[in-house]
Design a protein around this ligand. Structure first.
Ligand code: EPS
Length: 346
């Protein structure tokens, strides 16, 4: 089992995570983690904050001489903008953001207390955790990637750039759809035996929990609804050199809550960013008078970044399911077990 927890506010001193359960013997490449952090900061529609920050990882514990030693891995990213104590109160909650439900729940008179933690800035540290998980999975030739399918309804790069520029000019924001692909996967990760062991449930949970995500589908997803079974289930074939395989992958690599050996394909929809420069109606939480929502510095769109974050949480879920099956103690033992499993499947 793997687990991790994060801490940190958007404009606090730093973002932190403790990742537990990584086996001993894994080489940690901090350049790779920094590259993943850099990827999250790119993309059409990102705001001014991305010009301020140059997210850089500090690995505080869990490695010695660049190799994991099975103890919890402490990760930290410093915020260059750490102005949390000086930032103004927010009393007109932004529709779509955590602001209103957060102040009601925690009895605040300032939504700043909510948004500082609810901000998608926190996703940076998930990317660092995911980068460690990707390094682990790479030992078994498993890779996780993503691609943007559409932004604001536009589905080619030029149109996406234009759509974002158009929204920006009108002080508006956009969302979109991205896809996650897990390649090199073996059959048998996850399990049908208990609902919380189902890989599709675990992946959907992790991706749906990324700020701004409103829908997740696996494989054909909603497309199954208007198909007959005979048109959409992936027929099974066998070749000596290949083992069991499919000619189609509508299942998105998961059947019965387990990986079936085909690529895992997950798509998710991100809603438009909730901070609008031309704000929607809101209510002042102190005076209860009608007002316009607070305007904060933000992005116009962050679909590509959300894809990078989803890669990270997917890598974590796959690594978690992988260690459930093959163990957590030491990389060489896991490799031996993995080899014998692959041999048995053949
Ligand atoms: C983000 C940092 C934030 C926002 C954005 C994502 O920085 P700031 O609030 O200082 O401009 O750019 O946050 C949101 C979209 C949000 O809803 O809170 C980041 O690092 O990704």
């Amino acid at each position: 089992m793997l687990r991790y927890i994060t801490a940190g506010e958007s404009h606090g001193k730093a973002l932190m995570a403790i990742l537990e359960g990584m086996p001993s013997g894994l080489k940690i490449n901090t350049d790779f983690i920094n590259h993943e952090l850099w990827r999250r900061q790119q993309g059409v529609g990102r705001g001014k904050r991305m010009k301020i920050e140059k997210d850089t990882i500090h690995v505080l514990s869990g490695i010695r001489k660049g190799i994991t030693i099975a103890s919890p891995i402490g990760l930290l990213i410093e915020n260059k903008d750490s102005s949390i104590e000086k930032l103004p109160d927010i009393v007109c909650p932004r529709p779509g953001h955590a602001d209103l439900a957060g102040v009601l729940k925690y009895n605040f008179t300032d939504a700043r207390n909510v948004l500082e933690r609810a901000s998608a800035r926190e996703t940076a540290i998930h990317v660092a955790v995911g980068a460690v998980c990707k390094m682990f999975l790479a030992e078994f030739d498993i890779s996780v990637s993503s691609r943007v399918i559409s932004i604001g309804g536009a589905d080619n790069e030029e149109a996406m750039v234009d759509a974002v520029a158009g929204a920006q000019a009108e002080h508006d924001t956009l969302g979109g759809i991205f896809e996650i692909i897990v390649s090199g996967i073996i059959p048998g990760l996850g399990s049908y035996t208990q609902e919380d062991r189902r890989l599709d449930g675990r992946l959907s949970h992790a991706i749906m929990a990324i700020p701004g995500i409103k829908a997740v589908e696996i494989g054909l997803g909603f497309g199954y609804a208007d198909k007959r079974g005979s048109q959409c289930h992936d027929a099974i074939y066998f070749k000596k050199e290949k083992g069991f395989y499919r000619k189609t992958n509508n299942a998105g690599g998961i059947e019965g809550g387990m990986s079936n050996g085909e690529d895992i394909i997950v798509r998710a929809c991100m809603k438009p960013i909730s901070t609008l420069l031309k704000p929607l109606d809101s209510v002042n939480i102190i005076t209860k008078k009608q007002a316009k929502a607070t305007v904060e510095r933000s992005d116009v769109a962050a679909v590509e970044s959300a894809g990078v974050v989803a890669e990270a949480v997917t890598a974590y879920v796959i690594a978690d399911a992988f260690t459930d099956k093959f163990g957590n103690d030491c990389l060489s033992d896991i490799k031996s077990f993995f080899k014998s499993y692959v041999k048995r499947l053949a």
